[in-house]
Design a protein around this ligand. Structure first.
Ligand code: HEM
Length: 417
């Protein structure tokens, strides 16, 4: 096997969740091969080409050019079964964002329409209004562990914080949140390129059924929450259909906590790995918003954004891309591009990060970014303010990384204070 084939193999292993090798040294090797490199098709289809995009300029170009690249392969002839190959939809399963009609997998005016319906609830201004409640949630979580002198930073803090925030926004009862956590992690961990844990279908079905029931209950008894507002829009007709409604709700639940909890947990781990940066941050908590951007750049939750498909034959960084080809934009690699960031492999919480791709870019750029930023700001400030002696309780090499579809997080993070 040639050295380039070996690297491709390793990257595919990593994306499918089978490898626990440090991805950043792999990505550095990939960037040396070029900004756009041919890879074996991760869906195993030899007739369709696939490419990895490794550097900032090319990654940005792909994400901001909807005329050339689409998230929806069914809008072009080739590659249309891609999503079915990740999640095979069964007829009797209710919709989820994986199997239904979610904005993440739609382009054009339908995407614009779906995104507009919820965008008001995710503006930076609206988020500022949520700050006091998010602060209360963070404080309550610390209150529960403070006297113990130790906690699992993932289970006791990083996970419950965002799930409680998004659940309150959507109006999901407290008693149901444990189930949401079980389904979301099982789905996220059970999926990967070319990998599908058989239990995923069961969890997708339960997640869809739960959401359908919840919508039925809220139809009967509307409350002052985002789901009730979306139901009212659906009932007006024309702007949102039932399948879109359910897909939207499952997307907001799933996207609204898995990634943010990874930011808090992985971000904390990155700070433990760089004790001088941790000390600097503790000494000046006004640096937290800048530190959050740097943590997102340095090792953000998403490895790649959803695949894009070329809408026509074109050339990109000297490579001939054919209509229907799949492009995997590796945002974690682009965020370490040495031509964009000086000392790109160094964590510097004072770095002035003008642009990074942790939230994607272009039309599908993360809708929840303002919420994630506020949550990250409050989570780190509260943690370091209230637990100034925070430290890792196990050797760093014993920390358990968890690899899943397009992301990488932590299973648990024992800390003392
Ligand atoms: C640190 C936390 C987060 C990260 C790193 C993150 C990352 C991303 C990325 C990379 C995308 C683009 C996917 C693509 O282009 O294929 C995305 C889209 C999206 N995110 Fe987030 N996300 C985070 C938090 C949130 C939160 C809190 C919500 C709120 C509910 C959210 C909701 C969404 C939605 C709805 C989309 C789809 C947007 C569209 O297709 O137009 N995300 N996110």
């Amino acid at each position: 096997m040639s050295s380039s084939e070996q690297v491709h193999e390793k990257v595919l292993g990593f994306l499918s969740g089978k490898s626990d090798e440090n991805p950043f040294s792999l990505f550095a090797q990939l960037r040396e091969f070029g900004p756009v490199i041919s890879i074996p098709n991760p869906m195993g289809d030899p007739d369709k080409n696939a490419w990895m995009v490794t550097k900032m300029d090319e990654a940005t170009h792909v994400l901001k050019s909807p005329k050339l690249f689409t998230v929806d392969p069914s809008s072009i002839e080739k590659g249309s079964e891609f999503r079915d190959k990740i999640v095979s939809d069964s007829d009797d399963s209710p919709d989820t964002f994986f199997t239904g009609k979610s904005m993440l997998f739609i382009d054009g005016i339908d995407h614009k329409r779906l995104r507009m319906l919820v965008s008001k609830a995710f503006t930076p201004k609206y988020m500022e209004g949520l700050r006091p409640r998010i602060q209360e949630i963070a404080d309550e979580l610390i209150d529960q562990v403070q006297s113990k002198g130790e906690m699992d930073l993932v289970k006791d803090y990083a996970y419950p914080l965002p799930i409680n925030v998004i659940s309150e926004m959507l109006g999901i009862p407290k008693s149901d949140r444990q189930n949401l956590q079980t389904w979301s992690s099982a789905i996220a961990n059970g999926l990967g390129w070319g990998k599908q844990d058989p239990a995923v279908q069961k969890h997708l079905k339960e997640f869809g059924e739960y959401t359908k029931d919840l919508v039925a209950k809220k139809r009967e008894h509307p409350k002052d929450d985002l789901i009730s507002q979306l139901i009212a829009i659906e009932e007006e007709g024309e702007r949102l259909d039932e399948e879109e409604l359910i897909s939207m709700i499952t997307l907001l639940i799933f996207a609204g906590h898995e990634t943010t909890s990874n930011l808090i947990a992985t971000g904390s781990m990155m700070l433990f790995d760089h004790p001088e940066q941790l000390e600097q941050l503790k000494a000046d908590l006004d640096l937290v918003p800048t530190a959050v951007e740097e943590l997102l750049r340095f090792n953000g939750p998403s490895t790649s954004v959803g695949p894009r498909f070329a809408k026509e034959d074109l050339e990109l960084a000297g490579q001939s891309i054919k209509k229907g080809d799949m492009l995997l934009v590796l945002v974690k690699s682009a965020n370490r591009d040495e031509e964009t960031f000086s000392n790109s492999d160094e964590l510097d919480i004072t770095r002035d990060v003008h642009r990074h791709l942790a939230f994607g870019f272009g039309m599908h750029m993360c809708l929840g970014a303002p919420l994630a930023r506020v949550e990250g700001d409050i989570a780190f400030t509260t943690l370091l303010n209230r637990l100034p002696n925070l430290r890792l309780s196990i050797p760093p090499e014993e920390v358990n990384w968890q690899f899943s579809l397009s992301s990488q997080g932590l299973e648990s993070l024992p800390v003392s204070f």
